[in-house]
Design a protein. Structure first.
Lengths: 196, 200
């Protein structure tokens, strides 16, 4: 796992007992994991009383380095041996590795969810609403007498727009049967794929 | 239901009895062609010259026939009603028969042409789907996320086709199928059946 110089330096400082004693290291680890998982950026996250006596700039640098390192580990799905060897190279002692590993295990799944949701996707269908109507006549043709459906697909556009748009269209009874048939084919092939 | 034909309209068609029934039949054929493909004024010139009538008369005649055919097709009137409506014009029985034959033969094509004029919503045409599995992204490696991608082909009237490419996950797909099956089932309940049967 490759980490940049500044990240490595920050982590080495966090590992240094003269800069962070064991208690403040534990607090730093907790604060870092919590800040990665919270929904809103909290500017007061580093104002924890456990980190009071330490230089502000140093705390910031170590926090940033630790956050980067954690995200990289989650991204690569690192196992215990990889993490241990990486931290050992950065002069972490066994106790600190253990503290780090415990917090990592607790938060790993949630962090994976956060990282998976980042990124661009095609517009995503959430729901469909329908309405059945009977077309009797219009300005050009009378006596049409045909039932039809109005479908509205509720679509979430993840990406820059971030707004929910709707795709509206009409279809006859036969077309709706065709649509449902094709969706059922898709579902069946999905089922077969899960059994492979 | 009878067609209501105005006085002006009767004037336009007044010259039809003065020509051969074959010519009337020809005019009818021209009227149907114009309904399908649009008006071609050169035909008026040729016909007017051949018959010795002024162009406006020929034009009014053909347009009158077009109006007769479109109104009858729009309202879907029965043969008897058509005959009664045409009798108002005071033509010979042979002429009436020619007009009726014209109407009966072309009714469905004229109706389908008229349907294209009606306002239309984007309508479903086709669905293509495919099953993908997302294995990784820039922010997260080692993923296994199944994704169903669907391409909806929608038509806006007769012109553009709109293609919407959308994604969904398997549970939403199953939910969509359940909701749409309920929609199809609602056609078969008593209420819908009663309405469909009685509004004709």
């Amino acid at each position: 796992m490759e980490l940049s110089e500044s990240v490595q330096k920050g982590l080495q400082s966090a590992a240094d007992p003269s800069l962070f004693d064991l208690r403040s290291f534990t607090v730093l680890t907790d604060v870092t994991f919590r800040s990665l998982l919270s929904a809103h950026a909290d500017p007061g996250v580093l104002a924890d009383p456990g980190l009071e006596n330490i230089d502000r700039v140093l705390v910031k640098r170590c926090h940033a380095a630790a956050a980067t390192c954690i995200l990289e580990m989650v991204k690569q799905n690192a196992d215990k041996s990889t993490i241990s060897s990486c931290l050992e190279d950065l002069t972490f002692d066994a106790e600190r590795i253990e503290i780090f590993w415990k917090s990592y295990q607790n938060s790993k799944e949630e962090l994976e969810g956060v990282l998976t949701s980042i990124g661009s996707q095609l517009p995503h269908i959430n729901d469909v609403s329908w309405r059945l109507q009977y077309h009797m006549k219009n300005g050009h043709v009378h006596k049409v007498n045909e039932p039809f459906y109005l479908l509205s697909l509720n679509v979430e556009n993840s990406g820059l727009e971030g707004s929910a748009k709707d795709i509206n269209f009409s279809c006859t009874v036969e077309q709706l049967q065709d649509l449902v048939g094709k969706m059922k084919d898709a579902a069946k092939s999905l089922e077969k794929a899960t059994q492979m | 239901m009878l067609l209501v034909l105005s006085e002006e309209y009767k004037e336009h068609l007044a010259f039809l009895p003065q020509v051969d029934p074959a010519v009337v039949f020809e005019f009818g054929r021209i009227a149907v062609e114009f309904l399908k493909r649009g008006i071609n004024s050169k035909v008026y010139d040729g016909a007017a010259r051949k018959l010795g009538f002024p162009i406006t008369t020929v034009q009014h005649g053909v347009e009158g026939l077009m109006f007769l055919l479109t109104e009858s097709s729009k309202l879907m009137i029965t043969d008897i009603d058509f005959k009664d409506s045409v009798m108002v014009l005071g033509f010979s029985t042979e002429l009436n028969e020619i007009l009726l034959q014209l109407y009966v033969e072309n009714q469905t094509t004229i109706r389908s042409t008229l349907t294209q004029l009606a306002p239309s919503l984007p309508s479903y045409h086709n669905l293509e789907w495919r099953l993908d599995v997302q294995l990784g992204s820039r922010s997260m490696r080692h993923q296994v996320v199944p994704v169903v991608t669907m391409l909806f082909n929608l038509t806006m009237g007769t012109s553009e086709n709109r293609r919407c490419c959308l994604q969904t996950n398997p549970s939403t797909l199953l939910h969509l199928i359940a909701v749409l099956e309920a929609a199809l089932a609602s056609m078969k309940n008593n209420h819908a059946r009663r309405i469909l049967r009685n509004i004709k």
